[in-house]
Design a protein around this ligand. Structure first.
Ligand code: 13P
Length: 262
């Protein structure tokens, strides 16, 4: 049964380049990655590169001849268009054939005051424009130490995405990124991550159905690298990773893609 479920669920490694790499560096890293993925990675894993807006159009164009690698944005605005200086809408992202968008990253929640309500509007905008949201949730160290992490995660889900009807929810990818593990070198242990992924899947089953929960890809993010990815990806509820720092080096990133159990 487990094998059947694992077969049904998409295995995904997504790179989040954050605010790194100038235009030339980004295009050249993307080219390196697609060539290595084509040559070395055999399997059904899905690979997504989420770059800054300045790279998106160019790498989305390059990705057309590399079907194993897709491209995503790191954010979108919740409205269609208008006087929002500096913002980029989901429809603009769709217009350059980008297929994914990260929504709810803890850095957006923390530094740009994005609330669950705003994030839920962003998810709606993304879905309306046929973008697959990679919806991030995660607790801070303080919340974990206070033992409120399950409550926090539950409200991030219920206020952010559980308003969706089943057919819309099925289009999402969820990423669990404990804030205390992001960029700190402190990875959640495979057991800690599995515990939360199992919890998330149960919450999805309660809100929707067991079948919806079984099909939902839940990624782990937070200091995931080529050394610890295999142990994390071996856990039954961890379907891949959302990778920050280690996605900026082609060799490390491709090694992570190769870390799924055979
Ligand atoms: P690091 O892999 O650098 O810890 O970042 C994780 C992350 O925030 C991915 O979205």
């Amino acid at each position: 049964m487990l094998d059947k479920i694992n077969f049904m669920r998409k295995k995904i490694v997504a790179g989040n380049w954050k605010m790194n790499l100038n235009y030339t560096e980004g295009v050249s890293l993307f080219s390196e990655i697609v060539n290595m993925v084509n040559d070395e990675v055999i399997g059904n894993q899905k690979v997504v590169i989420c770059s800054s807006f300045i790279h998106l159009s160019a790498i989305s164009h390059l990705a057309k001849s590399h079907p194993k690698v897709s491209v995503g944005a790191q954010n979108c605005h919740q409205t269609q268009s208008g006087a929002y200086t500096g913002e980029v809408s989901a429809s603009m992202i769709q217009s350059i054939e980008v297929k994914y968008v990260i929504i709810g990253h803890s850095e957006r929640r923390q530094y740009f005051s994005e609330t669950n309500l705003i994030l839920s509007e962003k998810v709606d905008a993304a879905l309306k424009h046929e973008l697959t949201p990679i919806f991030c949730i995660g607790e801070t160290l303080e919340q974990r130490n206070n033992n409120t992490h399950f409550t926090v995660l539950k409200s991030q889900l219920s206020e952010g995405v559980f308003n969706l009807d089943e057919s819309e929810f099925k289009k999402l990818i969820i990423a669990y990124e404990p804030v205390w593990a992001i960029g700190t070198g402190l990875t959640a242990s495979p057991e800690q991550a599995q515990e939360i992924h199992e919890f998330i899947r149960k919450e999805i089953a309660v809100q929707y159905t067991q079948a919806v929960a079984d099909e939902c890809s839940i990624l782990y993010g937070g200091s995931c690298n080529s050394k610890n990815a295999a142990e994390l990806f071996a856990k039954p509820d961890i379907d891949g990773g959302l990778i920050g720092g280690a996605s900026l080096k082609s060799r490390d990133f491709v090694d992570i893609i190769k870390s799924f159990p055979k």
